[in-house]
Structure formats: C-alpha cells, structure tokens
Ligand binder design. Structure first.
Ligand code: EPZ
Length: 417
C-alpha cells in the first residue's frame, strides 16, 4: 500500500487548478444508466472513485472510457441489474445504481453498503423513499432487492436532508408516473447540477437547490453531455493548506459561490481570501486565530471540510470548538493529529482544539478521504518528517495531490508498495 513522506515545515507559494467535483460526478455517472445511449461527461477527475464507478457501470454492461478528463459512457444496453458487494463496500456511492435501475428496468439488486471509518452509514431514507414510489424492497443476504412494475410519483419527506437519498430518489422519480415531491431535500450544488443535467436530457424538475424538489415523471431520459462543476472540497482543502502554512495560494478553476461558509471560517481564522471569478487567492496569517465551527447541511459549513479545518486550528492562538452535526463520530483524524502533538479533547460530537505553537512530524495512518487530507495539512507545517500510511484513501478523492502540492513548494514523495 502506498504512503506519503512529507518534510516540514513549508510555506506554500504558487497556484493550483481544482478538478471536477467527485460528489457531482458520481451521481451523473449513475444517471447514464437509464439513458439507453452514449453520454459524455467532461472535467471528470481521474480518481479511485471514478474508476470504481466505471467498474460498476461495466458490471451492468455499460462500457466507459476516460481520456484527459472526458468520460464517454455507452449505456445502449444494460445486461445486469446487480451491484456486487466487492464494489459497493469500496464505495458507498455505488448505491446510486438503485434509483435508475428500478426506474428504467423495474428491478435492481444492490449490495448493502458497509459502514465506514466513522460509524454506520444507514440507507433507510433511500429505501423508505423507493417504497413510497411503489418499489417492493427486500433485504436478502446483505443485498437490497428492489422490484417495481412502474414507479409512481409520491410525496416523500426526508427526516434528514440526505445527499445520497436525494440523489437516489431524484434518479428514481424522473421516470416515475406522475408527480413526486421530495421535502427536506439536500440543497448541495451537486444536487442542483444533477437536476440540470437531467432536465437537459428531458426530465421535468423544479426546485433543485431548495428543500422542496418537484419532479413530473417522463417516459424517457435521453443521453446527455455535461461538464462537471469544480470540486468545492478540493478547493477548500488547498485554501486550508495556504492558511495552515502561512503561504499564498492561487486556486484556479474553482467555484467560490459554493464555498461561502468555508471562506467565512478561513477569514475568521485570519486568512486573507480574495475572490475574483473562478479564482481564489488565499494568504495564510502568521498565526492562526481560534474560531468555533459547527458543521451542517449545505449551505452550512460542510462536514467534508471539518477534518481539514481542525488541522488548521491545531496551530491557533487559543482554543476552538468544532461540533460535528452531520455524522455521529467523524473524528478518526483526532488520534492521528494528536500524534503530531496537537492538543484535542473529544466529548460526544464536540472536539475542543487547544492551539499549540508547532507540530512535530510523525508516522500516521489515513482512515478516510478527508481525514487523510487533514493529515497532509498537518504534515506540511510539522517540524521534521511525516509518513502517512494507507493513502489509497486520499486517492479516492484527490487527483495527483502530491504533484499539485510539490508545484507549490511542498516536500512530499509517494512511496509505492
Ligand atoms: C454524501 O454522502 C457525500 N458523499 C459525503 O462525502 C458527505 O460527507 C455527505 O454527503 C454529507 O454532506 C458523496 O456525495 C458521494 P448523507 P452521503 O446521506 O450521501 C444520515 C466525501 O468525503 N443518513 O447526506 O452518504 C447519515 O448517516 C464523502 O466526499 C441516514 O440516517 O451522506 C449522515 O449522518 C464522505 N439515513 C447524514 O444522514 C440515510 O438513509 C447525512 O448523510 C442516509 C443518510
């Protein structure tokens, strides 16, 4: 398994271009399933998750190829309706196959996703919504069997504005008979762009980006082309890297409008953030200021930036509290950050970070995509050498992160094997 060796401290200086958004790309790739033809996605990042979703499409009989950020998918024929455990366990978003398969073919057999490093990841809202649309759902030997003659529109109220459930139910409802309303829908930009792509392919959808989405079912969704939006979490991660190292980073090809809560918190901790069009210039302060933050559902501060901001606040002048409201215990990065000398106490879903003057390099282990990026941030500014193990986690969500950081002055090497 690959690892990173990072020598710190460094002060990043330079520019970086942000890639397409992993969490926008995955639903769009799943949406190709019900088009019956050739689709093209551009600005697609070459991530482990991209390859996993391509493997899943392949298993369903849908070949695809990725060349210089362009993904061509041929969904002319689907030969299987089963998403196997081997794929679903490596990437929870494989569950997105459920909606389009049931919507178009009336059947799907998708493995239950396992938990992840920070606890169970239920899919009860996905299944309740599909049942409301008339699907018969059975759990059999760890697989979800879904059957439906034709899905029928329904009023669905999500108890949590779940991104995944909103994606799956949107994908199911576009071909259902009649009107579907999703109340308390997720409002993430990734949902908005999925709806836009589906509307360009013939779907009738209103309210995307708000808590109430209305979908009038149609008989077919045509093949579509779509350019994936910039990854707001990758952009936020590089902005946090500028802040923690006290450097100056020009972040290009990003969408600052999708990152207001992150920009606010970076400014609050003393970073300068100058926004102009698709470029953000982030200049880190000499000393980070302590700030409190609560994660929440979009447009609140994203849980996917919680670990990265925690790394930044480890060096603050004072104590910060971080409250994680989206997941029960998304703090697997805490013991690893403490190995750098960070001072963090945990009480339920509240982490209190008492800032220190400096961190020391240490061997640490990545546990999930965003925790890994937090460890990289800490390693960039820690004194001495850091070895980060299991960096396959980072490769799931960040394309060529080491070359992007090296180009800005970081001393980071990938050790294969
Ligand atoms: C998406 O995951 C993202 N993944 C996650 O990003 C992100 O952390 C999360 O949304 C929240 O923003 C993708 O888009 C591929 P949820 P998802 O359903 O859809 C609970 C990354 O690093 N819940 O919005 O799985 C759930 O346990 C990843 O890129 C239920 O209880 O998240 C959680 O507490 C990590 N029942 C909360 O809702 C359900 O049926 C939000 O989860 C579904 C979710």
């Amino acid at each position: 398994m690959d690892s990173f060796t990072i020598k710190g401290p460094c002060r990043l200086n330079g520019s970086v271009s942000v890639g397409g958004a992993k969490n926008a790309m995955l639903p769009l790739m799943a949406a190709t399933i019900f088009t019956g033809g050739k689709c093209t996605l551009t600005n697609v990042p070459d991530l482990r998750d991209t390859r996993t979703m391509m493997q899943l499409l392949e298993v369903l009989g849908i070949p695809s190829s990725l060349e210089d950020g362009t993904l061509n998918v041929d969904a002319s024929k689907v030969t299987s309706f089963e998403a196997p455990y081997e794929l679903v366990r490596t990437m929870r978003a494989s569950i997105y196959a459920l909606g389009p398969l049931v919507a178009r073919f009336g059947r799907a057999r998708v493995s239950m996703p396992g938990g992840c490093a920070w606890g169970p990841r239920p899919i009860d809202l996905h299944l309740q919504g599909l049942k409301a649309l008339g699907a018969e759902i059975r759990i059999d030997h760890g697989y979800i069997d879904a059957l439906a003659d034709r899905l029928k529109g329904a009023e669905i109220i999500l108890s949590i504005p779940s991104v995944g459930a909103t994606v799956n139910l949107l994908l199911a409802a576009v071909l259902a008979e009649g009107m579907t309303v999703i109340e308390n829908a997720a409002r993430e930009p990734e949902i908005t762009v999925l709806a836009e792509a589906l509307k360009a392919a013939g779907a009738i959808i209103e309210g995307e980006g708000t808590s109430r989405i209305e979908i009038e079912g149609v008989d077919e969704i045509k093949p579509f082309e779509y350019r994936v939006i910039p990854d707001r979490i990758e952009a936020g991660t590089f902005a946090a890297a500028a802040a923690i190292t006290g450097g100056r980073v020009e972040i290009n090809d990003c969408e600052p409008a999708h990152m207001s809560a992150v920009i606010d918190k970076l400014r609050a901790c003393g970073a300068e953030v100058d926004v102009s069009g698709a470029t953000m210039i982030v200049t880190g302060p000499d000393r980070i200021e302590a700030v409190d933050l609560d994660t929440g559902y979009y447009p609140a501060f994203p849980t996917d930036m919680q670990a990265q901001m925690m790394a930044v606040l480890c060096l603050a002048d004072g104590a910060s509290s971080i409250v994680e409201h989206v997941y029960s215990d998304r703090f697997t990065h805490v013991p690893e950050l403490k190995r750098f000398g960070a001072r963090i106490t945990l009480e339920g879903n509240v982490a209190v970070v008492s800032g220190v003057e400096s961190l020391q390099g240490a061997p640490v282990m990545a546990t999930d995509i965003r925790a890994s990026s937090a460890l990289i941030l800490a390693a960039l500014v820690a004194e001495g050498e850091t070895r980060i193990l299991r960096i396959y986690h980072i490769d799931r969500g960040y394309e060529k992160i080491e070359s992007k950081l090296k180009a800005m002055g970081a001393s980071i090497e990938r050790i294969s094997g």
